[in-house]
Design a protein around this ligand. Structure first.
Ligand code: GLC
Length: 544
């Protein structure tokens, strides 16, 4: 029987619909395409699928600018296709997570068109409108990707606020009608069977009621948790009302069985993130953590990340282990195209205590695409088109997100098997599709794809890996090691990040090597790990 809190044990796979599989032949992925690949995802062994938005949208931010929360964008399909997707996911005993963009709509949403039409329009107060200060914006609030968050609208001589880009006006959640409209929509999808929601920039939902200026800050780079562009986001993110709203949505989903869950995209300190989760576990079920995708890939740094996650999110909190997503550089590119390192990271996320989230293509080692910022499609990248790429690299600023959104690499044939079109793909393929594609890797037992399948299988069959406590071990340099334990079961995980063999002395005898990356040697109380290899072992507990 399914556990009530199934989401505590799940594994998540993220699909970016535009890039998954095109059945209509227009070079753009679609809902029918996703449905036809559900067996592949099931075959990998994931249990939950999160879909980036496929709702109707002008696609100015590729779906994160919704113009109708009930309909599919025509290039992806119809509302019936969404219903069918939910049904087909469930048929395979998988769970479905929608991406919920609550903070803002598209500026083409009928609500905003009405709102901007006039001061006395009934929907005027659905968005955040203010008078300017003379010719200047109402206050100093900056948008998350930079620039003022305020945008002048000459029809009514007022300014509207947008936390993200100008075409994504923020809804006014202080207006009860707005809250109701959005919660009604959430209920609609819950009733249709959606099992969970990923909440897009949830930390931005409420802004200071008094519209106070944000204080100055020394942080000038964007995407810092709570500051950027020389400004502390004191009054624009993580307001107490947002934390309270997290509890309100949780209350709504709590009336559903089987349980549903909320996974928040939050940028905040760990302390604030815990507030969102709630001391009594009555807020968001899970929040994304960004230390791992930001970490240097060394044993020491990864150890620090795990240590921090364990300290800040002890049971019953659950850390979320993510390596990449549709906003971040492809993990294989991040590790200098060293597939061994990508494999070690996979071993890590499936063997630690927490929820692993995999972004499509990580399982086949997809590389970052090569899309120059000058001509990129990503609206964030376009803002930086005049900044030389060497400077972006020095500052380690990932602003052009085209590269991580290239089409899925299904086979080495035409368009990597993503689309039949003779025309252009919406986004060019990444360069390594001839070698790194599903068809080719499926028949290779040493491939990263086989590794993902094996790890998912192992995790599924191992209560120790799913729920066990985690204890970090003292190890030789370049080795990361930890134990997972439940009463009666203990597993050791050893990852060698160096280019040389490392010897590890175990305290307990090894009963069985459950998994190893390349063949390892166990002699007496020692495990010999070749360069860039990993071992997952079961200890013998009963030594009598
Ligand atoms: C989130 C999404 C990102 C989007 C932004 C605005 O950060 O992950 O892709 O551009 O919110 O909705």
């Amino acid at each position: 029987m399914e556990a009530e809190t199934w989401w505590r044990n799940t594994t998540i796979y993220q699909v970016y619909p535009r890039s998954y599989y095109d059945t209509s032949g227009n070079g753009i992925g679609d809902l029918a395409g996703i449905i036809s690949k559900l067996d592949y995802i099931k075959g990998l062994g994931f249990e939950t699928i999160w879909f980036s938005p496929f709702f109707d949208s002008p696609q100015a931010d590729f779906g994160y600018d919704v113009s109708d929360y009930y309909q599919a964008a025509p290039e992806y399909g119809t509302q019936d296709d969404i219903f069918l997707l939910i049904e087909e996911v469930h048929k395979r005993n998988l769970k479905v997570v929608f991406d919920l963009v609550l903070n803002h709509t598209s500026d083409q949403h009928s609500w905003f068109l009405e709102s901007r039409a006039g001061l006395d329009n009934p929907r005027r107060d659905w968005y955040i409108w203010r008078d300017g200060k003379g010719k200047r914006p109402p206050n100093n609030w900056k948008a998350l990707p930079g620039g003022s968050g305020w945008h002048y609208d000459k029809t009514t001589d007022q300014w509207y606020y947008a936390s993200f880009l100008p075409f994504q006006p923020d809804l006014n959640f202080r207006n009860p009608q707005v809250k109701k409209a959005m919660l009604d929509m959430v209920e609609f999808w819950l009733d249709k069977g959606v099992d969970g929601f990923r909440l897009d920039i949830f930390h931005s939902i409420f802004k200071d009621e008094k519209f106070r200026n944000n204080p100055p800050s020394r942080h000038f780079l964007p995407y810092n948790d709570e500051a950027g562009f020389f400004q502390e986001y004191k009054y624009t993110v993580n307001q107490p009302e947002t934390v309270a709203f997290a509890r309100e949505i949780r209350e709504l989903i709590m009336s559903y069985r089987p349980e549903r869950f909320l996974l928040g995209e939050i940028f905040a300190s760990d302390e604030i993130k815990r507030d969102y989760l709630g001391e009594d576990q009555d807020g968001l079920n899970l929040v994304f953590l960004w230390d791992l995708p930001d970490a240097k890939i060394t044993a020491a740094d990864l150890r620090r990340v795990i240590e921090k996650y364990e300290k800040e999110y002890p049971d019953p909190y659950l850390p979320v282990y993510v390596l990449g997503n549709h906003d971040r550089k492809r993990v294989l590119s991040r590790v200098g195209e060293n597939i061994n390192l990508a494999k070690l990271l996979a071993v890590l996320i499936f063997t630690v205590r927490g929820i692993p989230v995999t972004y499509y293509g990580e399982e086949i080692g997809m590389l970052e695409g090569d899309s120059p910022t000058k001509t990129c499609l990503d609206p964030v990248g376009q803002r930086y088109k005049n900044v030389p790429s060497f400077l972006l690299n020095i500052l380690d600023l990932y602003v052009n997100r085209d590269g991580c959104r290239t089409p899925m690499q299904w086979d080495p044939g035409k368009n990597a098997g993503f689309s039949e079109t003779d025309g252009k793909l919406w986004m060019p393929l990444a360069s390594n599709y001839l070698e790194q594609n599903v068809e080719k890797l499926e028949s290779n037992s040493g491939s990263i794809l086989s590794l993902y399948k094996d790890l998912l299988q192992l995790r599924k069959s191992s209560p120790v890996l799913i729920t066990g406590d985690l204890k970090l071990l003292e190890t030789p340099a370049d080795v990361l090691a930890y134990e997972r334990e439940i009463p009666g079961g203990k597993i050791g995980v050893f990852l060698n990040f160096s280019a040389r063999e490392r010897q590890i002395v175990t305290i307990l005898p090894v009963e069985k090597v459950l998994y190893s990356l390349s063949s390892i040697d166990v002699r007496g109380d020692s495990i010999y790990l070749p360069a860039f290899s990993a071992a997952i072992i079961r200890y013998k507990l009963d030594i009598s």
